[in-house]
Design a protein around this ligand. Structure first.
Ligand SMILES: OC[C@H]1O[C@H](O[C@H]2O[C@H](CO)[C@@H](O)[C@H](O)[C@H]2O)[C@H](O)[C@@H](O)[C@@H]1O
Length: 557
């Protein structure tokens, strides 16, 4: 890893070989090819490919390319299945769950940790140049399905679920893997593959460290890792900060922005990006498109109407309308404001008062920027802000609850915000679905839009309402938690699976849309289910869950 640059320059990320193989559609999922390992060194593979190109007069057939791949690449198989040593099928959390069916469900969810554990094979560290996988020192939990590596923001809900399951060592190992990546690269890539270099994901490392510290009180561990935590915060400040002028005042906020050095289509979705870009007029617009797409992927919301800016100001566009870099996202900034406050808390615990003050005042600044740029006092909600249009993006997305979730508001203001926010939510139509709160109420065909309901978004919305301390909000939080657990339970009873995303319209059914089939496992789904069962399991029963009646317009035919 010491030789890994901060963006990817190998054959896994660019060049003729990648281009030819991905466009030949040898694999139905573009990610399959870039997950293969090399049989021989990269330069030898490229030399053989040059020979093939010469022999075929630069026009190899699909069969010739397939044969080349077969001879020069192997199924990665770079991870061993790993039973986390602290796995306990019956942790104490189960005693806190009243309903016997839900208790059994929680036990099943916990059992899945044993199936999702992976550890790097020693060969990966010995020959890192033959793999797209980035080595990390400890065993970890993968999301599941095609996602067989570590993902940054997924890890937040996985770590929380592990802590609830009493798997403190595994949680610690996962966080230390992420810290290791910051030490080596200066930031955490989207996932632990070199093709994800140059883009990150929502900055939840500080919150993970806080969760681990809250669970263990391990001050020596905190002291050891605080500099790395701060290094990551500095990366976001250095690379993604932008100044925006609103009502005559300048504010500094963050946006998602992938590294310009990472050119071309996303390697793991090469065919999809390359074909989307075909309609664009020239290389410059195509490069801009690739950069916007990677920046949107950095948000974790890949893809969503959240990032569409259409010429005719239509709500729903297509992927060439993605303009993520001009949008200031509520969730990113609220997560960052929360992280700044936590960094101050860490320094305070370590008695570094001056350092603590520095982070706390930056956190206060960020909270006030969020309030001034994103809070809409009339609608009673936080909106993403479009820097170029100099206007808020007035649509419902569950990310609007993130300031309440991360405490990115002044504590004394929480009930005031929450009262208005609850009114907004109730009138938005977003709570009218029996299978959970959808990612939006806009039907774009993208996976982070209606009708998909995502586990992390339920966690943010429910957690935000709960944190506000406002009675009506906490009541709503409880109802939404019941609805979500019911949907998870129905799905598990029928398919014995937990999905990456669900349908908000048909409780327990898998979600759809986007560029790959739905995956199961699933890391963050397990984590969120356990979080809600821990918080509400004492009173929650499957019998007292009222199902909202779906408005006619959304009925499934
Ligand atoms: O291969 C397409 C995209 O897949 C990932 O995104 C989705 O899965 C991740 C793992 O669960 C999740 O973190 C993300 O929010 C999902 O949208 C990947 O992160 C993308 O970069 C990739 O292009």
């Amino acid at each position: 890893l010491s030789t890994t640059p901060d963006y990817c320059s190998s054959l896994y990320c660019s060049g003729e070989l990648l281009h030819r193989v991905q466009l030949a559609r040898i694999f139905p999922d573009s990610k399959s090819f870039v997950d293969l390992r090399l049989v021989r060194a990269e330069n030898e593979t490229l030399a053989d490919f040059s020979k093939l190109m010469q022999e075929t007069k630069h026009n190899p057939s699909r069969e010739q390319l397939a044969r080349f791949v077969d001879q020069h690449f192997l199924d990665g198989n770079e991870l061993d299945e790993w039973l986390p040593p602290d796995f306990d099928p019956n942790p104490p959390i189960l005693d806190q769950i009243r309903d016997p069916k839900l208790k059994q469900f929680a036990k099943n969810v916990i059992g899945i940790w044993a199936k999702l554990g992976r550890k790097m094979k020693p060969e990966v560290t010995q020959h890192p140049d033959r793999y797209s996988l980035i080595p990390v020192p400890n065993g970890f939990i993968v999301p599941g399905g095609r996602f067989k590596e570590l993902y940054y923001w997924d890890s937040f809900w996985v770590v929380r679920g592990l802590l609830i399951s009493n798997m403190t060592q595994t949680a610690k190992g996962m966080i230390e893997n992420l810290l290791h990546l910051v030490d080596k690269l200066g930031y955490i890539p989207n996932g632990s593959r070199i093709y994800y270099l140059g883009r990150s994901q929502p900055p939840l490392l500080t919150a993970m460290v806080a969760s681990y510290f809250a669970a263990t009180g391990d001050l020596a561990w905190l002291e050891q890792h605080v500099p790395t935590v701060e290094k990551e915060l500095q990366y976001w400040l250095d690379k993604k900060k932008v100044t925006v002028e609103v009502k005559g005042r300048n504010y500094m906020l963050l946006r998602y922005l992938s590294d310009r050095k990472s050119e071309g289509p996303r390697p793991e979705s090469y065919y999809e990006d390359y074909t989307s870009a075909r309609v664009l007029p020239n290389d410059t617009t195509r490069e801009d498109f690739y950069m916007e797409i990677k920046s949107a992927a950095e948000s974790g919301w890949d893809f969503s109407s959240r990032w569409f800016v259409t010429a005719a100001d239509e709500v729903v566009g297509n992927l060439t309308d993605v303009r993520a870099t001009r949008i200031l996202p509520v969730d990113l900034n609220a997560i960052f404001a929360g992280a700044l406050e936590l960094a101050g808390d860490f320094r305070n615990r370590l008695k570094n008062r001056r350092e603590a003050q520095k982070w706390w005042s930056l956190a206060k600044y960020w909270r006030s920027a969020i309030e001034n740029v994103m809070w809409d006092p009339i609608d009673g909600v936080w909106y993403d802000y479009d820097i170029e249009a100099r206007a808020p993006r007035r649509h419902f997305y569950p990310s609007c609850a993130t300031p309440l979730w991360t405490g990115a508001i002044e504590p004394y203001d929480a009930p005031k915000y929450a009262a208005k926010f609850v009114e907004y939510l109730l009138s938005s139509g977003a709570l009218d679905f029996p299978g959970g709160v959808p990612a939006s109420i806009l039907h774009s065909g993208e996976q982070w839009d209606y009708p998909n309901a995502w586990p992390p978004l339920q966690s943010i919305l429910i957690g935000g309402l709960e944190n506000s301390g406002y009675e009506e909000a906490t009541r709503l939080a409880r109802e939404l938690a019941q609805l979500w657990i019911r949907a998870n339970y129905i799905g598990f009873s029928q398919w014995k699976k937990l999905f990456e995303k669900y349908s908000a319209v048909q409780p327990g059914h898998q979600g759809g849309g986007g560029e790959y089939g739905v995956q199961d496992g699933f890391g963050w789904t397990n984590g969120v289910a356990l979080e809600l069962l821990q918080r509400y399991g004492k009173e929650m029963t499957l019998d007292n869950i009222a199902t909202p009646t779906l408005p006619d317009v959304y009925q499934v035919k």
